[in-house]
Design a protein. Sequence first.
Length: 259
Amino acid sequence: MYFIDVQGTLISDVDKSPICGAVEFIDKLNKENIPYMVVTNNTKKDSFDFYEFLKNSGFDFGFDKYLDPLMLLDSKVNKNAVAAYGAQEFLNTLKNMGYTLDYKNPKTVLVAIKEDFSADEYAQMIDFLLLGAKLIGMHETSIYAKNNKRYPGVGAVLKLLEFATSVDYDVVGKPSLAFYAEALKRLQTQYADAKYENITMISDDVKGDLGGAKELGMKTIFVTSGKYKTAKEIVPFLDKKLKPDEIFANMQEILDKEL
């Protein structure tokens, strides 16, 4: 059974089209009744809207097999007085969900992905944190890939802010324990005895997604169809305990071997 990442794994970071073998991999799981969850760190679109985008892109699975951080946000963040940082689509989504954005006296600093954080935004976040606001990341990705460039991911920004302020942070999406626990709970509606050690996590984020999965006892597969061009860019520098179990170029290679 599987947990399957989306960006860089099922769809391209460049044009959001399905990556080679991705649609076919999901079809094969469906045909053979293999339990799985599509687990994404989507924060820009409403959850159901992004699910519908995936469906319209050719991926055939029900919403009960989909999970993103926005679906767990209420359990982590009070809707009042949030200083949110990220792409404009993310800010719009928060407003549509009923969150009140406050950049004067926030209770929470909420960080999502953005390729062009400014020095003034970092300064504002630091001030809010030193005044007592909580620090929460929508996820903890290591790298953000866009327009053939690679930027610091939310995890890297959280580490920067933690170092600058000594304020601990919490994470809503992958690879947080709460997110994976919710994914496991939903997987158990497909197979009641599902446990982490029975699950293989597939992702292009070997340091974020797969590191957290590995710590929980999951098998991990790293695909180089997203953030990293080759495994040599990152795998040799990982702690031995966090190295992926297998490495493939894309979902087609996994399909050819695994199934």
